[in-house]
Design a protein around this ligand. Structure first.
Ligand code: HAM
Length: 453
C-alpha cells in the first residue's frame, strides 16, 4: 500500500525538525501577544462557500467533501432522489448546506469559532495563532501537496494599518529566528468593496475585446469576480492582462491612505518590500492589504506565506461588523526553504541512559531502575528481546546513548552498579539503597553523573 497522492509521511527525524519550527513559531506568536486556537479538521461546506467564495478554485474545485454513506442514502430516500442519476443525486447531496468538508485553509474556521464562541464580545483585539493541516485537491508538484500544514495568525477588531504591519513583522521575526533569509515581501491593496466595484467595471470593460482569447475559467471569473483574471496562469490570459488597469491605481482615498501607512510601518521596522499590483490572492475575502512572502529556493510554488486584511468576512459568516487581518505560512514549503538555504536544525536529542539486563532474572529490577530514573526527568531505554549483553551494548552504541548501566546478579546482590559514559569511557559507581524509594542523596548522585557534573 502507498500513501495517497500529494501526501507525506513525516518520519521521526523529520518530526524533530518540525517540532523545533513549530515551537519557535509558538514562542514568536506569544511574544507578539497571540494565543493558540484549534478548530475541527472538518467544517460545513457552506462556511467555505460563504467565506472563501464559491467562484474560487479552492471552493469550486479543490475541496475534499466528507460524508457518511448512511447519511447519503437517507438523504436520497428522504428527498426521493432514487430515480435521479447518481451524479445528480451526489451533487444535490453535496450542495446541501449541512454537508461537511475537510478544511482547505485556516481562516474561515477561525472566523466561525470567533463568532460561535462570542469572542467578539471580549475586549478587542483578539489575537489568535494556529497550526493546522489543510486539504486541497490540487495537482501535486514540488512544494504543492494535497495535505499540507499552515502556521497562521489572525487578528480581529483592529482597522489600524499598524496591525497589518504587525503581522508581517511577526512572520519576518519567525522566519529570521529559524534562519530563513532569502525572502521578499510583495504587497498590494485589493481595495474595499467601494473601489473594488468601480475597478471591476473598468477591468471588465478593458477585457471585453479580449474575451475571444480567454480561458473558460477566466470567462467565468469575468462574470463573478473580474479581478481574479489577473491571477490566471494560462499564457494567453497573462498576455490579456499584461497592460490591464490595476486596482492599486484605482483605490479610493481611504484605501490609498491605509496602504501608505502600512508601507510606512513596514519601513519603520526595516522590512523591505516591492509593490506587486498583480497580487490578488486566490481567496475572495481580502480587502485592502494583500501580501505574499516569496522564497527564492521554492521554484514555481514560491509563495511561502500569504495573507492580508479581510474586513467583511466576520459579517459575511454571520457575525458583527468587525475587521480582521492575518496570514498563513506553509510548513512544507518552509522545510524546503530551510533545506535550500542549508539551515541546520537541531538533531534528535540523545538518549540519556540505556540499561542492560544480563539475563531474565535481572529483568524485574531493570524495569524498576528505568522507571525510577525516568521519573527524575531523564530519557531511559532498555531491551525487550532477550538480547545478549554484547548485543544490547551494540544497540546502545547504535542509538548513541550517552550512558549505559549493566544490571547483573552481582550488581543486584551487592547493590553496586556502574554507569558508563559512552563518549569518554569514564565509569561511575552507584548504590540505590532502596530503588522504590530513592533518597535525595542517591537521586543527586545519579543527576550529577547524568548531567556530567
Ligand atoms: P493561501 O495563500 O491559500 O492563504 O495559503 C497560505 C500558504 O499555505 C501558502 O503561502 C503556502 O505556503 C501554503 N499552501 C497553500 N496551498 C498549498 C499546497 N497545496 N501545498 C503546500 N502548501 C500550500 C490562505 O490559506 C489564507 N487562509 C491565509 C490567510 C490567513 N489570510 C489571512 N489570514
Amino acid at each position: 500500500m502507498k500513501k495517497p497522492r500529494g501526501t507525506q509521511d513525516f518520519l521521526p527525524d523529520d518530526i524533530v525538525k518540525l517540532e523545533y519550527v513549530e515551537n519557535c513559531f509558538k514562542e514568536v506568536c506569544k511574544k507578539f501577544g497571540f494565543k493558540e486556537i484549534r478548530t475541527p479538521i472538518f467544517e460545513s461546506i457552506s462556511l467555505f462557500k460563504r467565506g472563501v467564495g464559491e467562484s474560487t478554485d479552492v471552493v469550486s474545485k479543490e475541496m475534499y467533501s466528507a460524508f457518511n454513506s448512511r447519511e447519503y442514502y437517507k438523504y436520497i430516500k428522504d428527498k426521493n432522489l432514487q430515480t435521479t442519476s447518481p451524479q445528480e443525486a451526489m451533487q444535490a447531496f453535496l450542495s446541501d448546506k449541512n454537508r461537511l468538508t475537510l478544511k482547505p485553509e485556516g481562516t474561515a474556521p477561525i472566523v466561525r469559532a470567533f463568532i460561535e464562541n462570542k469572542m467578539y464580545a471580549d475586549t478587542q483585539p483578539t489575537k489568535l495563532f494556529y497550526n493546522t493541516p489543510c486539504m486541497r485537491h490540487e495537482r501535486p508538484q514540488a512544494g504543492r501537496f494535497r495535505q499540507f500544514h499552515q502556521l497562521g495568525v489572525e487578528m480581529f477588531g483592529v482597522d489600524s494599518p499598524a496591525s497589518d504591519a504587525e503581522i508581517i513583522a511577526l512572520a519576518y521575526t519567525f522566519l529570521d529566528e529559524i534562519g530563513i533569509s532569502n525572502i521578499e515581501l510583495r504587497i498590494n491593496s485589493v481595495g474595499c468593496p467601494k473601489c473594488r466595484e468601480k475597478y471591476n467595471n473598468i477591468l471588465m470593460e478593458y477585457l471585453q475585446i479580449k474575451k475571444h482569447n480567454m480561458c473558460s475559467t477566466c470567462l467565468e471569473r469575468l462574470e463573478k469576480n473580474p479581478m481574479r483574471t489577473l491571477d490566471c496562469k494560462s499564457e494567453n490570459c497573462q498576455e490579456n492582462v499584461a497592460d490591464a488597469p490595476m486596482i492599486i491605481d484605482n483605490l479610493c482615498d481611504d484605501c490609498i491612505e491605509h496602504m501608505n501607512l502600512v508601507k510606512e510601518h513596514i519601513h519603520s521596522v526595516n522590512i523591505s518590500y516591492t509593490i506587486d499590483p498583480k497580487i490578488v490572492r486566490g481567496l475572495d475575502y481580502y480587502t485592502k492589504t494583500a501580501f505574499e512572502i516569496v522564497h527564492s529556493g521554492l521554484g514555481a510554488q514560491n509563495a511561502l506565506c500569504g495573507g492580508g486584511r479581510y474586513n467583511g468576512l466576520v459579517e459575511q459568516i454571520g457575525g458583527p461588523e468587525i475587521s480582521g487581518v492575518g496570514f498563513g505560512l506553509g510548513m512544507e514549503r518552509l522545510m524546503i526553504a530551510l533545506d535550500a538555504e542549508g539551515v541546520k536544525l537541531p538533531e534528535q536529542k540523545r538518549l540519556d541512559l540505556y540499561v542492560v539486563a544480563v539475563d531474565q532474572s535481572c529483568v524485574t529490577i531493570t524495569t524498576k531502575i528505568v522507571q525510577s530514573i525516568r521519573k527524575m526527568g531523564y530519557s531511559v531505554d532498555r531491551d525487550f528481546l532477550n538480547k545478549s549483553v554484547k548485543a544490547q551494548m551494540k544497540y546502545a552504541n547504535k542509538i548513541n546513548a550517552r550512558f549505559t548501566m549493566v544490571v547483573g546478579q552481582d550488581e543486584i546482590d551487592n547493590d553496586k552498579y556502574t554507569l558508563k559514559n559512552m563518549d569518554t569511557g569514564d565509569e561511575h559507581r552507584l548504590s540505590f539503597e532502596d530503588i522504590d524509594n530513592m533518597n535525595e542523596y542517591v537521586k543527586n548522585s545519579i543527576a550529577d553523573i547524568l548531567d556530567n557534573k
